[in-house]
Design a protein around this ligand. Structure first.
Ligand code: ZN
Length: 149
């Protein structure tokens, strides 16, 4: 182990934390909950739309006040498969997670794809499926999954 030659204490450090969604994140989640739509922020200086939305452009540092609806259709850019849950317990059925990028947006979203891993591939077209209206709470879990189109 690196650092064994130094005087030390050994132990575990919990890394459970909560942070607020912020102004842009708050609207992003409200739009999902109330309007079933993905909204990003647009930088006219750089001609870039950010998804998830940002309050400031990461390139020119301009404050971003223009919001744009992102079309509900994207492409799988990366895939991973989870065989255990967040507590290390084996899942009955593996979960496929994908990074999906949306046309015209810088960034993307990572979420579950509702298909077995052998049916998910890079470049595959998917769309967001939302929870039914009465069940949404204004969180990322208001998105149920991505489905193939
Ligand atoms: Zn910019």
């Amino acid at each position: 182990m690196v650092g064994e030659e130094y005087r030390r204490w050994e132990g575990d450090m919990e890394a459970l934390y909560v942070y607020t969604a912020g102004v842009a994140g708050d609207r992003f989640f409200r739009e999902i909950r109330d309007n079933e739509r993905l909204m990003g922020t647009y930088c006219p200086e750089c001609d870039v739309t950010y998804l998830p939305p940002r309050l400031y452009c990461e390139t020119c540092f301009s404050e971003l006040n223009e919001w744009e609806e992102i079309p509900n259709k994207g492409r799988v850019d990366a895939i991973t498969v989870a065989y255990v849950d967040d507590k290390g317990e084996r899942l009955a059925r593996p979960k496929v997670l994908a990074m999906v990028r949306f046309l015209g947006a810088n960034g993307g979203l990572i979420h579950v794809v509702d298909l077995p891993e052998e049916d998910v591939y890079r470049g595959m077209e998917v769309e967001v499926v939302y929870l039914p209206r009465g069940l949404r709470k204004g969180s990322f879990l208001d998105i149920l999954h991505f489905k193939a189109i």
